[in-house]
Design a binder for this molecule. Sequence first.
Ligand SMILES: [Zn+2]
Length: 141
Amino acid sequence: MVQSCRNCQNCAHDLENYCPQMVLTYGAKNVDDTITYGGYSDFMVADEHFVIRIPDAMPLDGAAPLLCAGITVYSPMIYFGLNKPGLHLGVVGLGGLGHMAVKFAKAFGMEVSVISTSPGKKNEAVEHLGADSFLLSTDQH
Ligand SMILES: [Zn+2]
C-alpha cells in the first residue's frame, strides 16, 4: 500500500488495508492519477505512514521476506495475542509463511510444532529454524 484515505472507519482503526480508497503498490491509480508499478519501479512515492525504514545494518535480502510473508503471519499473531512465552504454536506447512511463523514464534519465546506432509522438512524445521517438535501429518502411527 502507498496510500489510503486516512479518514474512514477502517483507517481510524489502523485497518487501512480495508479502506475503500487504498492505493496498492502495483497496478493502482495513485492520488496524482499515475499508475503504480510496484517492484517494477525504479522508485516510488508513498505516504510516509506506509513506509518503514530498513536499518543500514540489515541486508535487503534479509529484510525482504519480512515485508510480505513476514507481515502476513506477524499481524495475526499480534492481533490474536499469539506472541507470548509459554504458548504453543502449531505451524501447518513449512513454506514461506510457515518459515516466518516459526522464526517469529521462537523470537516470542513460544513452543513451536511444525506439522508437514514432507518428512524432508523435519531437519529444516528443528535443526535450522529451531522448532521444538515436528509432526509428519501423513504418519498413520
Ligand atoms: Zn480509509
